[in-house]
Design a protein around this ligand. Structure first.
Ligand code: TYM
Length: 333
């Protein structure tokens, strides 16, 4: 019998505090963080060190970090069941990142499409933005994660984390668990409502195209009703040919647990699809917003959750880091 059958999997994932949480973050990743808690041993991390890779305002970073941690509790991350913590409060991440930087090649980091997109033609591009995927690999490998629930845009980074783990194990002996990406079948890439060829993103300047989890429900409904749709009136799930309508079908499908292709058969016009999609998203965010308001009125609770989480994370990360240090030939501390 396979000894892993019935075993609890270790799940790890992270989110950057670079802007308010979007519907894309929630449908593509965060709701799967919540559901994984039923069966698996989960660690969830606000990856604040990753937020330093792009220009930022320190006061804003502090506020966004606390807001994000509060949102994670509000959506249902249960601190008694899962470990919720801040990356910067567990120094092992930065230390293992160095070993990962020395495992990755410049060539493979240069091929990362997110680096190319984020670097664009900016005058200043930090070295940290370039080595970002090495830190992300360290985040995951520090906890012997079996599965990493993420949206589709993180697929390439996950593949690199797997390559680095495999290479390290090959060079220095078995040290790391090689993780799998957990990418949802529906809404793995929620698109901008005004430009459905572009990913919905918390850092984009597209106020009408991006739905925020904590936004006023009336504004959310308005944005969805005004979403750009495609030429032709047919409602069909076809992300290539009909990106606008397919995005709405994917959002509605993810929000209500239905297959977007089946849903498409129920609509003959765009208007009713938009109305149902708006209603479903508003229903989804309402309880989250109520819980957020409760938690935000008592920031001490979330700070205490994070401090407890950091302690639990450190206890797991320390031995793995020691294993990796010993494997590469560093003397014990
Ligand atoms: P981040 O902070 O950009 O996004 C957090 C999660 O949300 C998903 N996501 C989306 N899913 C569907 N549609 C969208 N429009 C959309 N936008 C974002 C992302 O795929 C992600 O799962 N590099 C990571 C953070 C990270 C991490 C890690 C993740 C750092 N270390 C270790 C997993 C494991 C990032 O920038 O995610």
């Amino acid at each position: 019998m396979d000894p892993t059958i019935g075993a609890v999997a270790r799940v790890f994932s992270g989110i950057k505090p670079t802007g308010p949480v979007t519907l894309g973050n929630y449908l593509g990743a965060l709701r799967n963080w919540v559901s994984a808690q039923a069966d698996d041993d989960c660690l969830y991390c606000v990856v604040d060190l990753h937020a330093l890779t792009v220009p930022h305002d320190p006061a804003e970073l502090r506020a966004l970090t606390l807001e994000l941690a509060t949102v994670l509790v509000a959506i249902g991350i249960d601190p008694d069941r899962s470990t919720l913590f801040l990356q910067s409060q567990v120094h092992e991440h930065a230390e293992l990142a160095w070993l990962m930087e020395c495992t990755a090649s410049v060539g493979e980091l240069r091929r990362m499409t997110q680096f190319k997109e984020k670097a664009g033609d900016h005058e200043f591009v930090s070295a940290g933005l370039f080595t970002y995927p090495a830190l992300m690999a360290a985040d995951i490998l520090l906890y012997d994660a079996d599965r990493v629930p993420v949206g589709d845009d993180q697929r390439q980074h996950l593949e690199l984390a797997r390559d680095l783990a495999t290479r390290f194990n090959h060079r220095f002996g078995p040290t790391f668990t090689v993780p799998e990406a957990g990418i949802p079948a529906v809404a793995a890439r929620v698109m901008d409502l005004q430009d459905p060829t572009r990913k919905m993103s918390k850092t984009e300047e597209s106020p009408q195209g991006v739905v925020l989890l904590l936004e006023d429900p009336a504004a959310i409904a308005r944005k969805i009703r005004r979403a750009v749709t495609d030429t032709g009136a047919e409602v069909r799930y076809d992300p290539e040919a009909k990106p606008g309508v397919s995005n709405l079908l994917a959002i509605l499908g993810a929000a209500t647990g239905q297959d977007p292709c089946v849903l498409a058969g129920k609509y003959e016009q765009y208007g009713p699809l938009k109305a149902d999609c708006a209603d479903a998203v508003v229903e989804l965010v309402r309880p989250i917003q109520a819980r957020y308001a409760e938690l935000a009125s008592d920031p001490g609770t979330v700070a205490e959750i994070l401090s407890r989480g950091a302690g639990k994370a450190r206890a797991l990360a320390g031995p793995v880091l020691d294993r990796a240090r010993a494997a590469v030939g560093l003397l014990p501390r």
